[in-house]
Design a protein around this ligand. Structure first.
Ligand code: DLL
Length: 432
């Protein structure tokens, strides 16, 4: 039975020595083979031999999404394209996507990391994964697929959508684990209810959910509706895909970042200045083992906190708290910073609301305003308009008290808020 590999519990000193060796090799290779990195390092007067300690990473240039766009499609590859066996592309909302590539060895590394992640989440060889992450340019489907196979699990490559069919297969194939976005997990649970299927009584024991922000309150909701353990999995295409980090099922308290493959930093969003452990900022990654698409100090725009305290599972790799949101998803409403996850937390704590919601932002004259559409639970709908108004007033007050912004709460009927099949759209910004 795989519990964890030696590297997961390696003493920090040895882990850091390994990181430094790998960082040096990565920086040398990037300088020698990727024009963008050579120019960026030359501009800062940095040469690969200047790298003596892990702290020297701070003297390296940042890589941002716009740099990847400027080098579309294959300009950041560090190997000739005939050595690239796979490409993925990240979901840009506008314009060209950013493209990432993998050599054969990169695919093996990624599969190993995903297998390790699934094991940390509690999966074992012989388990069955119902994989409802999207297959395609998105890294979720294939990332989970290869990792689960590597672990020795049986995979159903279901992808997203066709929710009724998903429920039929959840009954017939008796999977023990479910992989999808947390918002889609709730969509599946709701559809099962509508079909008269008690999803809690099925074979599922574990859900591995990620690719979008979700709150602790949402975890409780999912765990109780599906009758499973729900763990958070994190990753991004530019760094490798899912499997950059995962929560262990033992603690469910922060995502272990696989530091033998990724160097992680937390920096001030505005100034880019490195922050100590425990302070909230933007997460930055440097890949340590990737061949086709190595990346140096990638600014993820994901906001979180790093925690170096030992974990009860025994793993020594640093933990990253749940991602609060992306810096570019942060709304500024009349001077107040608002993350959709703060609103989610309050909605989930309120009785009689269903977990389906969407935030709308408007501009009236020079004033921004925010509205929240959230569905009533069926019992609340039965209680009638007055009861719904009372709940709306309470949520509005809680958001004012805890987040600091006034907003209008629209309690909707069941089915009126759009359901997600992948990454949920939480904000509609009419100002844009
Ligand atoms: O979402 C990779 C992935 C697939 C992760 C399946 C987990 C599960 P991208 O499409 O490139 O890759 O989007 C990456 O999604 O920068 C975060 O903003 C967000 N994200 C990913 N995982 C989480 C998570 C995949 N657990 C972007 N919590 C990242 C919050 C997440 N946000």
């Amino acid at each position: 039975m795989i519990l964890h590999t030696d590297v997961e519990t390696m003493p920090r000193e040895d882990l850091e020595a390994l990181q430094l060796r790998r960082l040096k090799a990565t920086v040398e290779r990037c300088y020698a083979t990727v024009g963008f990195y050579r120019d960026a390092m030359d501009e800062l007067g940095f040469k690969p031999h200047h790298l003596k300690s892990l702290d020297d990473v701070r003297n390296l240039p940042y890589t941002k999404k716009e740099h990847l766009r400027q080098n579309y499609p294959f300009g950041m590859f560090a190997v000739p394209t005939d050595q690239v066996v796979r490409v993925h592309a990240s979901s840009g909302t506008t314009g060209k996507p950013t493209v990432v590539g993998y050599t054969k060895r990169d695919i093996q590394t990624w599969s190993k990391l995903m297998a390790r992640s699934l094991a940390a989440a509690g999966m074992r060889p012989g388990d069955r994964l119902h994989n409802a992450y999207g297959y395609g340019l998105f890294t979720g489907g294939l990332g989970f697929h290869y990792g689960a196979e590597k672990l020795g699990a049986m995979v159903t490559p279901m992808s997203g959508g066709q929710t009724q069919k998903q429920i039929m297969l959840l009954q017939d194939f008796e999977p023990t684990a479910l992989g999808c976005t947390p918002s889609y997990a709730l969509n599946i649970a709701e559809e099962a209810d509508a079909m008269g299927v008690d999803i809690r009584k099925l074979s599922l024991k574990l859900g591995v959910f990620g690719a979008e922000p979700w709150t602790e309150e949402m975890r409780f909701e999912i765990e109780s509706r599906l009758g499973i353990d729900a763990v958070d999995v994190y990753g991004l295409s530019e760094v490798i895909g899912p499997g950059v980090g995962i929560e262990c099922v033992n603690a469910k308290d922060g995502l272990h970042i696989w530091e033998d493959h990724f160097l992680v930093e937390c920096v001030d969003v505005d100034t880019g200045k490195p922050l100590p452990y425990g302070e909230e900022g933007e997460i930055v990654f440097t890949s340590l083992t990737k061949e086709a698409f190595p990346i140096i100090r990638y600014r993820t725009r994901d906001i979180s906190v790093l925690n170096s305290a030992p974990c009860k599972c025994g793993r020594t790799h640093v933990r990253m708290a749940r991602v609060t949101g992306r810096s570019d998803d942060m709304l500024i409403i009349r001077g107040v910073n608002v993350f959709p996850s703060q609103v989610e937390s309050i909605l989930m704590k309120t009785e009689n609301l269903s977990p389906f919601y969407q935030i709308e932002v408007f501009r009236e004259g020079n004033m921004d305003s925010m509205g929240v559409n959230v569905e009533a639970s069926p019992p609340l709908m039965e209680q009638g308009q007055e009861a719904m108004d009372r709940v709306a007033a309470k949520v509005s007050k809680d958001i004012k008290d805890f987040v600091g912004v006034s907003c209008k709460i629209n309690i909707k009927n069941v089915g009126e808020v759009p359901r997600s099949q992948g990454k949920a759209v939480r904000v509609i910004d009419h100002r844009k």
